[in-house]
Design a protein around this ligand. Sequence first.
Ligand code: NAI
Ligand code: MG
Length: 371
Amino acid sequence: MFRSVATRLSACRGLASNAARKSLTIGLIPGDGIGKEVIPAGKQVLENLNSKHGLSFNFIDLYAGFQTFQETGKALPDETVKVLKEQCQGALFGAVQSPTTKVEGYSSPIVALRREMGLFANVRPVKSVEGGKGKPIDMVIVRENTEDLYIKIEKTYIDKATGTRVADATKRISEIATRRIATIALDIALKRLQTRGEATLTVTHKSNVLSQSDGLFREICKEVYESNKDKYGQIKYNEQIVDSMVYRLFREPQCFDVIVAPNLYGDILSDGAAALVGSLGVVPSANVGPEIVIGEPCHGSAPDIAGKGIANPIATIRSTALMLEFLGHNDAAQDIYRAVDANLREGAIKTPDLGGKASTQQVVDDVLSRL
Ligand code: NAI
Ligand code: MG
């Protein structure tokens, strides 16, 4: 589905060898909590694919997260970044736990990793189970991954007039990052146009209030679309203010196709959309950059169920497929999607978040048996 994206990125940013490459080195970064339980699921699926489609995988275990911080003083060790940069074409990232109160020296390694590795897009397909209740939902949320409020420039100071504390955060939107995210979102829409005969891009913003920052996001998205009409002209183009977007997303999710959003809105919309398809445990994502693609389930470290062996592995298994898709291995990815869809459609072996009694490994085994 995203082959052209991988190829296009390849052409301009050095993924060329990856797109054609059959022998892949994959970094495995479980992180904290259920990350440690779901990343092995992704690994087992790739191991099962070994020698199918001519692919072969080599794995490297890597570390990041709160436990790593407690043990080494660094949430994202230099070695992890170095190995990813120098040796890996792809990686799977589980989840990291963040303490609820500020811990000196700690900040989320996934945000740093996205920035370090130039992973400018977070692509999050949200799809309901075929044959399930209600109208089918099948959308892709394309979240800008490097800026907005997540640049984490914050300061706290005392307001002179009242003598009380005030905290400010900088929201950054740049032309370059917006052009990049609009282009990949339109390329994804184009691919969907080719396979389904129609596609719509919805640009999410709040430019009625934030006329400069979100105004720029909106303006550049439109410009990318308008100035490439020969390529994207058959894609329908919509804009939607983020609050009414949430309302529409919950009332008529089947109306959405490809959504592009600045970092924070994209984060919130995709967790919300996950609720529409049953569980955070089934929603995957891929962090896409010029040099590497990192598959990452949308969920966090889920401390409430960690260590019980009941985390839903499907978000990670789908993230593994998404990673392969962006590396140009669409056939292998489709095999994985089909196996997962079959498991969900049959519904006999599912984890408690979907109302079942199965363990993580039982779901993995079921998916493997369908591959
Ligand atoms: P969460 O996604 O970890 O959990 C939310 C709810 O969904 C919980 O009830 C959890 O049990 C359930 N859930 C999530 N994934 C599941 C799965 N695979 N199978 C079954 N149930 C699942 O979000 P929460 O509780 O807000 O955050 C927990 C920790 O994770 C925090 O420290 C947070 O900072 C971190 N986090 C990390 C992310 C990352 O590493 N990318 C993303 C989101 C949160
Ligand atoms: Mg999130």
